[in-house]
Ligand binder design. Sequence first.
Ligand code: C5P
Length: 236
Amino acid sequence: MEPEERLIVALDVSSAEDVFYLLKKIGQPRCSVKVGMELFYQEGADMVRRLKDEGHFVFLDLKLHDIPHTVYRTMRGLARAGADMVNVHAAGGSEMMKAAIEGLDEGAAGKRPVCLAVTQLTSTGQDMLENELLIHQPIQKVIAQYSELAYRSGLDGVVCSAWEAAAIKEQTSSTFLAVTPGIRLANDAAGDQRRVATPERARQLGSDYIVVGRSITSAENPAEAYLRVANEWRKI
Ligand code: C5P
């Protein structure tokens, strides 16, 4: 895959109209995109089909977490809709993750979509882990354990911070994918992201794909911002 295809723009909007307006401003007819819950729950699988018809690589970020049978059937449908990349919560356990892969295998017309695990949401901190979820372990250890569980369950990689990519690959395999949000251009505000990295730093740290939202979509000139991110990401 070309580096540009491994630069995924987060389409964090809630209507098809806003998607196509944003894509027009970005000016990359076939850029890779991420569809999250906000958009999917408004526009449904038709949004995925439309983006695929226009030639986009589509990461469907729905973070499934349910009983194995439900995840199996849902993944079968999402693969049929044409998603290229999907994800689940590793907290759903190994049986659920294996069921996800089975569903994707069955629903895919050609190549099975890439399936990633979410280990811990970036909004979860040590306090919440201990006091609300009653998990009395350092969060980094929990992330490492969930990554290994995902690897052993046959998943292709994890969504993680660029700063965690090397440790996760060391624990699993160099081919286990690190898909990393929390990317910012040097002068951008971090916003609600905690551990940010520039596209260049993410590449150096071992990210396989970067997911970029506001640095491109909220830029004064999204087309120029996209090119800046792409240039840094592809080692210019
Ligand atoms: O605007 P920004 O670049 O921060 O957007 C990052 C995208 O990645 C958002 O769609 C966000 O929901 C998503 N994401 C994240 N952290 C995770 C998983 C997904 O920021 N751990």
